[in-house]
Design a protein around this ligand. Structure first.
Ligand code: S3P
Length: 176
């Protein structure tokens, strides 16, 4: 299954918790992009720009989905970067692979607050975070795309474990 949503939605932390609860593997698409490129996301943006990043992201997603298909490794939780599902070509690949998607949703204020906290503590540097106004505009532009996911999961004020438990229930999956 694939987790989508805006920056700060908790795709990686919820994904890890979900995978642990299910006894499934976990993969973060951004990590595959970094591994294949031999560079961190911030450096790809800084040195080569967003278009290059999107191309690398698309190739990495294609490879990941091919691996899933050929290895029959269906028991995997995948976290996408915030812009991945918004790209038509990526959404088409996911639809063709028939993998369910869950949109992790939260208020824009909470998303900003989570990203701010992570950037203050130098946990994650996000090239597209910008200022609150830019962040909000990008979110508004992307939200209709996120709503095309198989299901929407509210995350506001909930713990990672709580969100994982609600997703397991909503998807009708079984804990390990
Ligand atoms: C992006 C979000 C990032 C990362 C890249 C671009 C975006 O991932 O893929 O910086 O376009 O929103 P997170 O959503 O995990 O921050």
């Amino acid at each position: 299954m694939i987790l989508i949503g805006f920056m700060g939605a908790g795709k990686t932390s919820v994904g890890r918790a979900l995978a642990a609860n299910l006894g499934w593997a976990f993969e973060d698409l951004d990590e595959r992009v970094e591994r294949r490129a031999g560079r961190e996301i911030v450096d790809i943006f800084r040195e080569s720009g967003e278009d290059t990043f999107r191309k690398l992201e698309h190739t990495a997603l294609k490879e990941l989905l091919d691996d899933l298909g050929s290895l029959k490794e269906k028991e995997k939780v995948i976290a996408l970067g915030g812009g991945a599902f918004v790209q038509k070509s990526n959404a088409a690949l996911i639809a063709a692979a028939k993998i369910p998607t869950a949109f992790l949703d939260a208020d824009i204020e909470e998303l900003w607050e989570r990203c701010e906290r992570q950037s203050r503590h130098l946990v994650i540097e996000r090239p597209l975070m910008g200022d609150p106004q830019r962040f909000r505009n990008l979110y508004r532009e992307r939200r209709p795309h996120y709503l095309k996911a198989s299901l929407r999961q509210e995350t506001g004020g909930k713990t990672v474990e709580q969100i994982a438990a609600e997703l397991i229930e909503a998807l009708g999956l079984r804990r390990k």
